[in-house]
Design a protein around this ligand. Sequence first.
Ligand SMILES: [Zn+2]
Length: 358
Amino acid sequence: MLITNNKTDKCQAPTIIMNNTELEIVRSQKHLGVVLSDDLKWSKHVDHIQSKANKTIGMLKAASHNMPRQCLEKAYTTVIRPTVEYASPLWDGLSVQDTDRLESIQYHAGRVITGAMKYTPKTNVNAELQLDSLATRRKASSLQIMHRMVNDNVPEHLQTLKPRLRREVHSTGTRNTTNKTLDQPKVRLQCAQNSFIPRTVSLWNRLPPSLQNTESLASFKSQYKKQYLIVPNKFHQKVRSSGTKSLNIKHARLRMNWCGLNSTLSKIGITDSKNCDTCHKSETTSHYLLHCTKYHHMRQTLLNEINTIKPSLKVNTELLLHGSVDLDLPSNYRLMNAVQQYIHETGRFQYRSNPTNT
Ligand SMILES: [Zn+2]
């Protein structure tokens, strides 16, 4: 593989012969699991990640009918996502298209885990699973390595790449210069700007001084997580996993605000109107759960059950979708089951009558 910016050089690549065999010139080559290309772009590496991840997600999908949601989540975060993020500080700095291709892997997995319908907005699926975007996580990984470099906590061969502090280069600092502000290397080519050091120095210099000055890696990680990443709430994760598979999925779709109700179906052209067929008002999640006259009797049963769980509970859409932190876990399970029983009794989301389930 010949890496050069000069197109004419590519035509004049030297012939290399090893063991009487002329080496073939290739445009890309996989080294230690990372696909390097002669244009110094990462599209081929993203191709590689995408095809590998799609196969695993395909297996997850095949097994998903018999697996509880919590197991599917675990399989994604511990098996699939690490392969998608392998060596990411090296190759982050992707084009917009490649960034989107990677996000679509998480989206695809998220739909398998939650049972989200086609076209559910990505942010709604990520919020349901309490997952950061992959781009956000890659930034965090790059910054952790930069933190280690700044604090001389890397092997020697990486230490030589350590960027200099701005105060060592310029005697007078700017208004925003802190003790640990790094000197931004001046590079001309786009591929160099996207490479680890220039890209991560720029991210590092935008961190608040309190984070830059954190000396231990563990406390840098935990402070960064608190300020910039989603901290998954285990309680909510458990509550969201309750119930039978098919009712759990229908409940999750209501939470993601993208379900088989006319307010969603009209957006994707399945129905002409967003209105409820009975009440002629917009058939939103709250209309379905709290107001639709068609389901009055089922709702009465639901309200009676909630009353036995805790009489003073204020019943609103939020409570019926997410449960309540004022209740213990068993009571939340009872609440979720009562809502799912309501969903079942109303028969509103029958697979056969809803072409958007797959
Ligand atoms: Zn109605």
